[in-house]
Ligand binder design. Sequence first.
Ligand code: FE2
Ligand code: FE2
Length: 296
Amino acid sequence: MKNIKQESINPDPSEKRKEVKKKLRKLEGLPTLPPIIQRLNQMIEDERTSLHQIAEIIEKDQVITTKILRLANSAFYGFPRKVSTVQQAMMLLGLNVLKILIMTSSIFEFIHKEDIGLWEHSIGVAACSKIIAEKIGAGDSQEIATAGLLHDLGRVIIMVVLKEDQPKILDLISEGVDPLSAEKRVLGIDHAEIGAFLMAQWNLPERLIEAVASHHNLENSKKYRKEASILHLSDLLVHARGYGKTLYESLPPFEVRALKYLGLGWGEIKEILFNLEPRLYELKFFTEELKKELSS
Ligand SMILES: [Fe+2]
Ligand SMILES: [Fe+2]
């Protein structure tokens, strides 16, 4: 590809990869992770802590409470009744999901401030992942929805932590290089691996980490190929539906074998799309509300 700007291509991606991982290792949480979140995280890890104690601490913090309730009530979890207390959110979502929501609440804030399209894309994929998980009976669909929400976490990290490299990646993509190869050429690592690396540092469940790590490369998954395939298919469907326009114009290639791993045929895909449509409609209201709040 003769048109590609030479300065976009890293002469030694493996050196850059080491440098990127070093930066990520230093990121204990996100740069803005408040101390209360760190304390909560310790409490959640400690088996002696009761749910009641955790809820009490959270409820003292208005900002975190609002974020948790807002996320629990958003259409991607699709609860029929309104979730009005932290205790309820904990019962409905489970501790794992709650922990992820707490730890990533600052990321969510960042995504919709910086790139509303990526935020919309992420919650669209969360909603679609939940529908597919329920359709095939893949167990804990809440957790899979959360994996959907986090699937492009690596892209957020590139935007926040590696922002000086982002224009080079976008340059390559505009020259026709596919997004994953562009990231690898510039950073020596792609967004799927970056997201999973960070999730592992946060001690999130292996099921979520592996699904995120292999959402663009199903052969990378060992134990959780179904979960990875759910994210892979949801990514395609939400993209095809044109929901959430992100900075990357093209999607990495679709692996048709995902359908085989999930036991789905095209007839069922149509049904999934049919169920997805009203969810996306509700989500659009949710993100529009957020946009208004952020701009006021
Ligand atoms: Fe992705
Ligand atoms: Fe995606």
